[in-house]
Design a protein around this ligand. Sequence first.
Ligand SMILES: O=P(O)(O)OC[C@H]1O[C@@H](O)[C@H](O)[C@@H](O)[C@@H]1O
Length: 287
Amino acid sequence: MAALDYLTRTDSGALYGKPGLDLLVVETGLCRAVIALQGAQVLEFTARGRAPLLWLSPSASFTPEAAVRGGVPLCLPWFGENRSDPSKPKHGLVRARLWTLEGSEEQADGEVRLTFSFEHGGDALFADSFACSLTIGLGKSLTFALELTNTAERAVEYSWALHSYFAVADVKDVQVEGLSGVEYLDKTRDFARDQLEGNQAFTGEVDRVFEQAPAEQTIITPNPIKARSENCHTVITWNPGAELAATTGDIGADYTGFVCVEHGNAFADSWRLDAGESARARLELSR
Ligand SMILES: O=P(O)(O)OC[C@H]1O[C@@H](O)[C@H](O)[C@@H](O)[C@@H]1O
C-alpha cells in the first residue's frame, strides 16, 4: 500500500514503552486512533475536541497471542467461556491472532476506513474454517462493520461480541440507559434470569448478558457515550468490581476507570451459518 499521510506504522514499544505488537496510528482532522494488527483491535479513539472514548489499561501487556486489556477486542468465534470445552481460552481466538490490513480509504467527509481480514483454516481450538472482514470507520464517531463467512462444508454456530471498554471518570457514577425492561442472564449468579428495571448501575461486580436487546444505549457520564448497532442482538454489561479486579493483573485498582458495554450475538442470539453463508453487523460508538 502506498504511504498515506494520515496513517503511521509503529509498535507498542514506541507508543507505550512495552514492545511486542505492531500498531497503526491514524490522525486526521476528525480524530486520532490507535489500532493493533493483532485482533484488528482498536486501542484508542478520540474525536477532535472530545474526551477519549476508550479505556486502555495502564497495565495492559502487549504480548503476541495474548489479549490486550482495553479498547475494543473482537471476541469470536465464541463469546465468554467455550461451552463445549471450558479449558479453551475465553472469548474465542481472533483477538489473539494477527489480522491483515487489506486497504484504507478516505471518504469525502474526512472519515478514514480501514478494512482488515482474518481467515481461520480450522485448528484444535475451532475445527471449522471461517473468514472475517472488519471495516473500522474513523471519523467523528468510531464504526465497525463485521462480515463473517462460514467457509466450512457444514453449518456452524458462532457467538461473538465487540467488547468495548469505555473510559469513564468513576464507574460508580455511571449508568447505562437503554436496557430497561430487558431480560438478562446474570453471570455472577450462575446465569440466573432476571429483568432490569431502570438504568444499569455499577456498584459492584456486574456481568450481565441481555438477549434481544434494543439497538441503542447511552452511557451516562459527564460526556455521554452513545452506542448504536445494526444486527447486534446481544448486549453484555461488565465491570469486575474491586474484589475481582484485585485478582486480575492487568486491571487492579484501575477498574474504576472503565465500563464495558459489549455488542454482538451470543447465547440465544448466536449466529448459525450454513456452509458458504455470510452474516453482517454494524456498531457505531460516539462521544
Ligand atoms: O478477561 P477476559 O477474557 O478479557 O474477559 C473479561 C470479561 O468479559 C466479559 O465479556 C465477560 O462477560 C466476563 O465474564 C469476562 O470476565
